[in-house]
Design a protein around this ligand. Sequence first.
Ligand code: SF4
Length: 326
Amino acid sequence: MYPFAFAKATDTREALDAGRGGGRYIAGGTTLVDLMRETVERPETLIDISGLPLRGVTVTERGGLRIGALVRMAEAAAHPKVRSLFPVISEALELSASAQLRNMATIGGNIMQRTRCSYFRDVTADCNKREPGSGCAALEGHNRTHAILGTSDACVATHPSDVAVAFAALEANVHLLGPAGERRVPFADFLLRPGSTPNREQALRKGELITAVEIPALPRPLKSGYLKVRDRQSYEFALTSAAVALHVRRGVIQTAKVAAGGVGTVPWKLPVVEQHLVGERPSDALWSSAAAHAANGARPLAHNRFKTELLKRTVERQLRIVGGTK
Ligand code: SF4
């Protein structure tokens, strides 16, 4: 570790003032402290925001859900409204990390977490995300767990969050508060693809705080769920995953929300799969033909070619789990 300053914000204004001065916000600290120990990140000032009033889970007027940024992962997963309205969120959270980490880590911190690319965490390796312009050791290195979608010549790292995949599928919005006031950013625009600047990962302006994630109302009844495929059944990141939500009325799919994880540089929304489903009657043949589009545009690397087929099978299986076998 190295010397750094630490301040505890007692209210939002105090936090924003400190954030404007260049400090880094910290709540659960489950990612940032790790990275500071490894000197991958070296913030000069930490601002503890864990005491701010950003903890509630509320049902919005139209029947959506607002989850405060400081709600712990375990709390959100167990919340009766999250479980009943959007089980896909609960399932994604419960399949993440360990029980100890879920008790500490917050929803805001979860979507801000940084990649698990081993070269990013090895300060002796070339990594454009950690040190812009240094190169990408993963391109020619060990890249079995890396992304096949949304990659660039500068970075091929996956986004590690599970619940972010559910938020992407459900088209959530991220609520932000900064020196210039409040704003709301669609989830699809919040996390950034690497392009030529993989070090810039979120559409946050200087000093902005995440205050909540809001999931819009969807037609009911809605069935949803999350499937995660990984090398071991616990405490492991996804090789592939699928978040699916379906609204079926009079035997026809009216609404389909689908996204994939473990395969993209950001949680990967699957609009072509969704379009293929809407207006159709659930059937095994439909799940299969829709999932065939899940890896459209994939650019596999030397060690992760298996992900293309695995992704299609993961999406097909989760469509069948949520939509039923017909
Ligand atoms: Fe760094 Fe991204 Fe390359 Fe990993 S994939 S080494 S995070 S630039």
